[in-house]
Design a protein around this ligand. Structure first.
Ligand code: HEC
Ligand code: HEC
Length: 334
């Protein structure tokens, strides 16, 4: 009984507010369809925030926003202008590719944004693009789409961030030659030199796996990998901690063949140069990572042949299906 009275009270109290609003246009419906995210069993579980379940409507909206310059305050560019599918959602420059970011919890080279994809997307839309919400609100199509995704007529930065995070979670690359090799149902084998490179990568010899290990090929943490004797601030810019000087986000090595130039400042044009750096170009500094055990001798000291093997292995991480996945393409040009 008490509960009924309470409910009635709430109803009477909110009624004037409801009636003031414009009626929902006919044909608008909030009944989102769950979206099934698919990835191999050998990937870690993808955690999804309880308040932003992945839905067909949300993913499509996020995809539209990703490709639509309307998000930018001057409409000069879209996210996809810099994050291009043909380059694993990067483009030549220091642009971090978008690949399996659903598994990441810290974003940007210096770790400026820590948290979920929703957090980085909020930053990208509100602070980086300075999206003008009224332009979306007055658009002939978007208000309906936001309503269908979130059941709210008012478009907010949070809704934009949620939609874009949903789309970003679908940006999964799991079909490189290396993935096919791991899948027991596919009879794909590595060539001898690829396998020898695998051995260098995943053993103490190359030591790459300590930071670029696991199936994601990144630990999603921050390290000083010995680029400079006087490193740039990196993570310390955000934390203020002198121990974080020179520490940058470990980038994934998936699709690495396609995302040069390399490092946060694009200092290396080619993967050959990167391998030379790890082999004999390491610089010691007070914050160099303890995992860079060979820094005292300048690097892991590979022979030219071993460098070739390591390169061959890195190329098995290329997933060309990701570059042509129609579900990730520009939705406005179908
Ligand atoms: C002008 C080019 C450009 C545009 C446009 C752009 N980005 Fe970026 N993006 C970058 C660069 C450069 C970085 C790396 C910057 C850094 O870490 O300081 C980056 C990094 C990111 C990252 C971090 C990835 C990681 O692994 O930490 C995300 C996520 C991202 N961008 C999303 C977006 C979204 C969403 C949009 C559209 C709202 C967008 N970007 C538009 C250039 C761009
Ligand atoms: C101590 C951790 C650590 C180890 C060990 C390590 N890396 Fe890295 N790697 C990083 C970090 C951090 C970056 C980004 C550094 C920057 O840009 O300032 C990076 C960058 C790279 C890049 C450039 C990626 C890009 O998108 O620009 C490649 C390629 C790479 N590493 C390959 C390797 C290989 C191959 C090995 C083994 C020989 C290796 N790494 C060992 C942490 C590590």
């Amino acid at each position: 009984m008490k509960r009924t009275i309470l409910l009635l009270g709430v109803l009477i109290w909110t009624l004037p507010y409801c009636t003031k609003e414009k009626p929902i246009d006919p044909g608008w419906e909030y009944d989102p369809t769950p979206f099934n995210l698919e990835y191999p069993d050998f990937f870690p579980i993808l955690e999804i925030p309880a308040d932003n379940p992945t839905t067909v409507q949300g993913v499509l909206l996020g995809r539209m926003l990703y490709y639509d310059p309307i998000l930018h305050k001057d409409s000069t560019e879209a996210c996809a202008s810099c994050h291009q599918q043909a380059f694993s959602f990067s483009k030549p420059g220091n642009i971090i590719p978008h690949i399996n970011l659903g598994w990441s919890g810290a974003f940007l080279w210096n770790g400026k944004i820590q948290g979920t994809l929703e957090d980085i997307m909020l930053f990208e839309s509100r602070d980086f693009f300075e999206t003008d919400l009224s332009r979306l609100q007055n658009h002939p199509d978007y208000p309906k789409r936001f309503y269908e995704a979130f059941g709210d007529k008012e478009i907010t930065y949070e809704h934009i961030a949620k939609a874009m995070a949903q789309f970003e979670r679908t940006m999964i690359s799991a079909n490189s030659k290396y993935d096919q090799y791991l899948d027991p149902d596919q009879f794909v084998f590595l060539e001898d030199e690829e396998f020898l490179g695998y051995d260098i990568f995943f053993s103490e010899k190359g030591d790459c796996f300590h930071c670029h290990g696991g199936i994601l090929f990144t630990d999603n943490r921050f390290h000083n990998n010995g680029l400079d004797a006087n490193p740039e601030p990196g993570l310390s810019e955000i934390t203020g901690d002198p121990f974080d000087v020179g520490r940058f986000k470990t980038p994934t090595l998936r699709n690495i063949e396609l995302t040069g130039p390399y490092m946060h400042d694009s200092r290396y044009e080619t993967l050959e140069e990167v391998i030379d750096f790890y082999s004999e170009g390491l610089k010691n500094s007070p914050t160099v990572d303890p995992l860079m055990k060979n820094v005292y001798k300048g690097g892991i000291q590979l022979t030219p042949q071993e460098k070739g093997y390591l390169l061959a292995f890195l190329k098995t991480l290329t997933d060309t299906t990701y570059l042509h996945n129609p579900a990730l393409e520009d939705p406005f040009h179908e």
